[in-house]
Ligand binder design. Structure first.
Ligand SMILES: [Mg+2]
Length: 388
């Protein structure tokens, strides 16, 4: 009895020590503009610079965690000044003085505090995961349930205005070892895009995974025209052909289209995944931390997908730095399945916020070494790209 009481005292004082050390003393919302190597064109959007929110959370013991979310006016509706304001006016006041070790509860309270703003919530949740995992000396993957794989096969995004450039780029990246490609469609007439898909398939050979993403840019009949003609391109899936709120259209299309459909812009929550699945509208889900509101919620969404028998595609928005790339890689390591691939997008950036950006090595991504997200952020770089 005495011993038990003694143990409890020891535990309580340990909790107090942790709580004091991991008390959140600073939450910074840092808007940055990151230059891309070259513009990425997709239906309805052309990206030359990425406007992202970085969040830095510092605890009393001097540790810092970093989180990131790209603005996404055409996906989550989040624009950068709003993301900064959401952190400064709502999320930071909730977090300051709290014990970061209670990150799951804090993240849940942030989720409930304001509607939407999943980008701001994402950057905060990611920074909390990073700082807590660092404090424990473990990786984010271990904090969130444990890795089931250490090596991932990321996909390369082809989004040039001209098919010749897509082919040339595909050949080049194939030679560098990339083994999974995604073609941006929904821009040109459907037959032209089907021919382009077939040409890209010829260039890649039969053993390389190829999928297509329309970013809501197609009409119902255009998808069927495209899918019928592109059959020999052997596409793994077509992502989000129709408008985000057209669940009925996606369900009808799924019944008529020979190529499986993936949901992206339609999915802003776990409830959307459940509904789309119930309607038979999707065979897989594109899960982004910016849509789900962080790493914790993204991990939950993956569990739901696995339970529903849906394929999983994990993705960063074009373009996020090594912070979000590392976060998605950590999530990829714990994903129950990852049969529809993973996109990181830091390699589209001309400059990163880390001196050692997360590398794709011969078409593979490895779980970053080191605690937390496993990426070391350079404050000098952050300041260089900070929007004043
Ligand atoms: Mg997409």
């Amino acid at each position: 009895m005495m011993n038990k009481a003694h143990e409890m005292d020891a535990t309580a004082s340990q909790d107090d020590a942790n709580s004091a050390g991991l008390r959140i003393v600073r939450v910074e919302a840092i808007p940055v503009a990151l230059p891309l190597k070259k513009a990425v064109v997709m239906a309805g959007e052309r990206i030359e610079q990425s406007y992202n929110l970085l969040v830095r959370i510092e605890t009393a013991n001097g540790l810092a965690g970093w989180g990131e979310a790209s603005s996404a006016p055409y996906m989550t509706g989040d624009i950068l000044p709003g993301m900064v304001a959401a952190v400064n006016s709502y999320l930071a006041p909730l977090l300051l003085g709290q014990n970061a070790m209670r990150r799951a509860e804090l993240s849940q309270r942030c989720a409930k505090l304001i509607v939407g703003n999943t980008g701001a919530k994402c950057a905060v949740d990611m920074a909390l995961v990073d700082v807590v995992a660092r404090a424990l000396g473990i990786s984010a993957a271990d904090l969130l349930g444990g890795a089931v794989r250490e090596t991932l096969v990321p996909m390369y995004l082809l989004g040039n205005p001209r098919i010749e450039d897509d082919i040339e780029e595909a050949e080049h990246q194939l030679a560098l070892g990339w083994r999974f490609f995604k073609l941006k469609i929904g821009i040109k007439p459907p037959l032209e895009e089907a021919m382009a898909a077939i040409e890209v398939r010829r260039c890649l050979g039969d053993d390389i995974a190829l999928c297509a993403d329309a970013n809501t840019g197609m009409k119902f009949m255009d998808v069927l025209t495209f899918a019928a003609r592109a059959r020999e391109a052997n596409l793994l899936f077509i992502e989000q052909p129709l408008l985000a709120d057209d669940f009925d259209g996606m369900a009808a299309l799924a019944r008529a289209c020979p190529i499986p459909l993936n949901g992206d812009e339609s999915i802003g929550s776990i409830a959307d995944i459940v509904m789309l699945n119930r309607m038979g509208a999707i065979r897989g889900a594109n899960i982004k931390t910016i849509k789900m509101g962080g790493m914790g919620p993204a991990a939950q969404a993956m569990t739901v997908c696995a339970a529903l028998g849906l394929s999983i595609n994990l993705a960063c928005k074009v373009a996020e730095s090594s912070i979000a790339a590392a976060a998605v890689t950590q999530l990829g390591c714990i994903a129950p399945n990852l049969d529809w691939g993973l996109n990181v997008t830091n390699h589209y950036l001309a400059e990163d916020v880390s001196d050692s950006p997360l590398p794709v090595e011969h078409g593979s991504l490895h779980r970053p070494r080191g605690p937390g997200l496993g990426v070391v952020v350079s404050e000098a770089r952050v300041n260089r790209f900070r929007i004043k």
